[in-house]
Design a protein around this ligand. Structure first.
Ligand code: PXG
Length: 456
């Protein structure tokens, strides 16, 4: 842990402004204000250089699921670094932690998943999938199957292929994306629709947009469909119950590979090990990252189904793809320790049966606030929608930035949540106590009041 004087020593905000280009940041805007400097953390709380203690209801960036300050994870990294800090898995080499983790992942993942390809992040995992999917169809003698279907407002990462898979228009406008062979269809966002259909009808229609795209392009040209079980960065969009069963039917019927992006939903966020378990889908690929190490070290990977992996193996030939840090030993050691924590402390079950239902009940009480048009939460992944008019569910003018106003109140009152437009999202750590859940909802209500006053 950094010494106290180091935490408050140099003028971090000045140095930050001079030298540091942050991710997803308007620097001109940031320089008018100042960065919040986070110095340390414990349990569910982060602490900033101004001495504020803030309840982290985003688990960092959807990742610190086991909470901060876990000695088991710290010790696992240190021990592995002493033993073997780095070696690669190229050139017919491997090391115990990466192999042990591959075996552990097989145990916690769906039955068709017996093999894993390691990466350093969720973005790298999705870039890997774009190449692996196309390689698979080449080997299957169907090289025409190149096109991957995704959804508007999806988030699959920031590298060129991952951002292309994603459906974020502002990202596509920077750098000439998407790359060829990726098409986007509607997302299953009932709240964002005109509400003329029931959620179930709307869910079926959203799934059938995939079928329409397949028929327009030709099934013989479609390689795969990718979706987050619940869209995270897009605003915690929980699909209607009809959606995923219909997507699975369509993938089966047209022989299209299913990619379940588990970067946020993997490792217990929904109260099951994976989103695919929660929705009962049978994916061929499950990219993961974040929660695999509870964010303590960067690690990602792709779980690959038997039919794909066996094709890659049996048909032979080298797949020219891999990263220096594929299967990094220290990151793998932390992942093993983290999965052991999830198992030994029953944290996935805790999300399903204890803290999940407890927080959900409180969370839904926010729906009584005059500014809130909808609340939703599955496991420990939730959102509420700020509306101008509760009856028509009409939104505020986008330029007012009401979501951002509310988010700023939240942080200044000791609670981190994210604003996606006027949708406020939350994903607290699995170790959240009942008292912390109470605190979260109390602060949220108070800040909705403050937001209401501010915009009046
Ligand atoms: N897939 C999904 C579903 C994600 O949520 C990625 C892939 C990419 O992972 P990496 O490790 O390359 O970042 C993500 C990442 C936000 C936010 O503001 C969300 C993510 C990343 C950064 C910000 O909600 N998710």
């Amino acid at each position: 842990m950094a010494a106290l004087e180091e935490r408050s020593g140099p003028d971090w905000q000045e140095l930050d402004k001079e030298h540091y280009l942050h991710p997803f940041t308007d620097h001109k805007d940031l320089h008018k204000k100042k960065s919040r400097i986070i110095t340390h953390a414990e349990g569910s709380y982060i602490y900033d250089a101004d001495g504020n203690r803030i309840l982290d209801a985003m688990s960092g960036l959807w990742c610190v699921n086991a909470g901060y300050g876990r000695d088991e994870l710290i010790e696992a990294a240190a021990a592995q670094m002493r033993e073997l800090p780095y070696y690669n898995s190229f050139f017919q080499c491997a090391h115990p932690p990466s192999i042990a983790l591959a075996k552990l992942l097989q145990e916690v993942s769906p039955p068709q998943m017996n093999r894993v390809f390691f990466t350093g992040s969720g973005s790298e995992s999705n870039d890997t999938i774009v190449r692996m999917v196309r390689r698979y169809w080449d080997l299957m003698g169907q090289p025409e199957r190149q096109t991957i279907i995704s959804r508007h407002n999806a988030y699959h990462g920031s590298t060129v292929a991952a951002a292309s898979l994603g459906g974020m228009k502002p990202m596509h406008r920077q750098g000439g994306l998407p790359i060829p062979g990726i098409v986007h269809v509607d997302q299953p966002y009932w709240f964002g629709s005109d509400h003329s259909q029931t959620p179930d009808e709307f869910g079926l229609q959203a799934a059938r947009a995939i079928e329409t795209a397949i028929n327009e392009i030709g099934a013989d040209k479609i390689a795969a469909f990718i979706g987050e079980p619940i869209q995270g960065a897009g605003g915690v969009i929980v699909p209607p119950d009809t959606y995923w069963p219909e997507v699975q039917r369509i993938c089966d019927e047209y022989g299209v590979l299913l990619i379940s992006d588990e970067v946020i939903t993997g490792f217990g966020r929904l109260g099951e090990w994976f989103g695919a378990d929660f929705y009962g889908t049978r994916p061929d690929f499950m990219p993961f990252a974040k929660g695999v190490t509870s964010g303590y070290l960067p690690l990602g990977g792709v779980l690959v189904s038997d039919r794909v992996a066996e094709t890659l193996i049996d048909k032979g030939g080298e797949f020219y793809h891999g990263y220096t840090y594929s299967g990094h030993p220290a990151a793998c050691a932390v992942a093993i320790a983290n999965i052991n924590i999830l198992r030994n402390e029953g944290l996935v079950e805790r999300v399903k049966n204890d803290i999940g239902p407890y927080l959900q009940k409180k969370w839904h009480s926010l729906g009584e606030h005059p500014l809130v048009g909808e609340t939703r939460m599955v496991g420990l992944m939730g959102a509420f929608e700020i509306v101008q008019d509760k009856d028509s569910l009409g939104r505020f003018d986008e330029d007012l930035g009401v979501g951002t106003i509310c988010r700023d109140f939240l942080v200044n009152n000791g609670l981190v949540m994210r604003a996606v437009g006027d949708t406020i999202v939350a994903a607290p750590p699995f170790i959240l106590s009942h008292a912390e859940a109470d605190e979260m909802v109390e602060i949220a209500w108070k800040c909705l009041d403050l937001t209401q006053k501010a915009i009046e």
